[in-house]
Design a protein. Sequence first.
Length: 70
Amino acid sequence: MKEEYTVEDFAKGVKNPYFEKLNKRIEVIVSNEDYAYFSAIAEINEETPQDLMRRCLRIAAKEMREHDDE
């Protein structure tokens, strides 16, 4: 069973000190139609549209790198 975290749990959390070295925060423009589609799929998967888009981007990048290696 999934453990539910409380606001207090998150308040005790420590930010990842390596976040900036491992990631780049960006802003991407998405059409309302595409966002609605991602939102619908994300709701089915019980995740946020941003998490779904991040996962899709990660998969696409992996496939592109594999294609470049061929």
